[in-house]
Design a protein around this ligand. Structure first.
Ligand code: AMP
Length: 407
């Protein structure tokens, strides 16, 4: 696969870069510019080589099934890319950054034609186009016709075969034009490939899974059962497995449709799956004065487990302490509430103790924000920028549509 580093003779060339500028924003105020910053190494490399850089990204969601056109317009307005162009310009002083409010047509072609070497044009939110998520060939053709080179740097969108992630590069590739990986993608793909193509020196390999539903993670559990030495399961997911093992789970979250799967999985796992042995349970999920919060082994009928208990913390930390590689996705409890943070903190601490001794990856989404919120982000070897993409890459044995298309 070509990388942005390999690209040469870019003077006068229009380089279409699919970035992930899906930043959190409220009324045009961007709350976190990390995703923009993460794309800067690729952008700067292209600018230094004299390219004319066209950046495209999605932002938020437009629910096209909504029948009321006014509501669609409101969703578009709430996800306008214009403030992102402003934030990008502030991060790149001295570089001309323009913004095009149209996703196709004369306004867009003129804006691209007006670009000079070493300048940037940020396009409007790709999801303003209904055909984006359907990988509409006509739309992909319109965007592909704007570019001489394609660079993929949106890891968080690489599991989606959309017009801007897969449609455009497949057309350009067929036309014999260069398609390449950006720096952010290189880092993500390298680190996650290590969790997929497991080397002997990375064993014991321990996966830590948490979060809500077993059904969301069935494929990843199956894949990890074949790859890992141990799979630690915490979070709400653990109660479906504990129920499958015949334990009392009270009012804890149960993914009833996955109960048979959980049973079969435990049999197949032959001891590889490590489950909690106690829990922090409550009689009220809602954080209110006077609610009961207790450490219990099995969950009483009127309570629900919201975190792993202290014995489970010790058990999990002990398994993690032997690991040479850890992949983690999903918090151990309702980390958003102070009463139920201890399990997620215990896993963070155990991984922190591995620093310099083992390779650790945290897979985006809620777990990465938990690690960040609790102050442990820097203790991981790699914090993935894509929750869904990192899970899918593991599930599909290293394959992602947005990467495979570049091969
Ligand atoms: P997921 O998106 O599947 O990774 O789930 C993350 C969410 O699961 C977080 O918002 C947690 O608060 C929630 N969660 C984790 N453990 C529990 C639990 N024991 N009971 C209810 N929710 C939980």
């Amino acid at each position: 696969m070509l990388t942005v580093k390999d690209l040469k003779d870019l003077k006068g060339k229009r380089v279409y870069v699919r970035v992930d500028f899906n930043v959190p924003q409220t009324n045009g105020v961007i709350r976190d510019t990390n995703r923009i910053k993460a794309a800067l190494p690729t952008i700067q490399e292209l600018l230094s080589k004299g390219a004319r850089v066209i950046l495209m990204s999605h932002l938020g969601k437009i629910k096209w099934k909504e029948p009321d056109p006014e509501k669609i317009e409101a969703m578009k307005k709430a996800n306008d890319m214009a403030p992102v162009a402003k934030a990008l310009a502030e991060l790149l002083p001295g570089v001309k950054v323009s913004f095009c409010a149209a996703t196709r047509g004369e306004e867009l072609t003129k804006a691209v034609a007006a670009l000079n070497d070493g300048e940037i044009l940020l396009g409007q939110n790709t999801r303003y186009e209904k055909g984006e998520e359907k990988n509409d060939p006509e739309l992909a053709q319109i965007w592909a016709s704007l570019a001489d080179v394609f660079v993929m740097d949106a890891f968080g969108s690489a599991h989606r075969a959309h017009a801007s992630t897969v449609g455009v590069p497949s057309i350009l590739k067929a036309e014999g034009k260069p398609v390449a990986l950006g720096y952010l993608m290189i880092k993500e793909v390298e680190n996650l490939t290590r969790c997929v193509e497991v080397k002997d020196e990375d064993r014991p390999y321990v996966a830590v899974l948490g979060g809500l539903k077993v059904s969301d993670k069935i494929k990843v559990i199956d894949t990890l059962l074949n790859k890992c030495d141990y799979i630690i399961i915490g979070g709400a997911m653990a109660y479906t497995f504990r129920k499958a093992r015949g334990e009392e789970i009270g009012k804890s979250f149960l993914d009833a449709d996955s109960l048979d799967y959980a049973k079969a999985c435990l049999e197949k796992a032959k001891g590889k799956i490590i489950l909690p042995v106690d829990a922090v349970a409550t009689d009220s999920f809602e954080e209110k004065e006077g609610r009961k919060v207790e450490i219990v082994k099995e969950i009483p009928a009127d309570m629900e487990g919201c975190d792993i208990g202290p014995e489970s913390c010790k058990l999990f930390a002990d398994v993690i302490s032997k690991a040479k590689m850890v992949f983690w996705n999903g918090p151990m409890g309702v980390f958003e509430q102070k009463d139920f943070q201890a399990g997620t903190i215990a896993v963070c601490e155990a991984i922190k103790d591995l620093e310099g001794k083992a390779f650790s990856v945290i897979g985006g989404g809620d777990s990465a924000s938990a690690a960040k919120q609790l102050g442990y982000k820097q203790n991981f070897s790699h914090v993935s920028t894509g929750g869904g993409a990192s899970l899918e890459m593991i599930e599909n044995d290293g394959h992602l549509p947005g990467v495979d298309v570049l091969k």
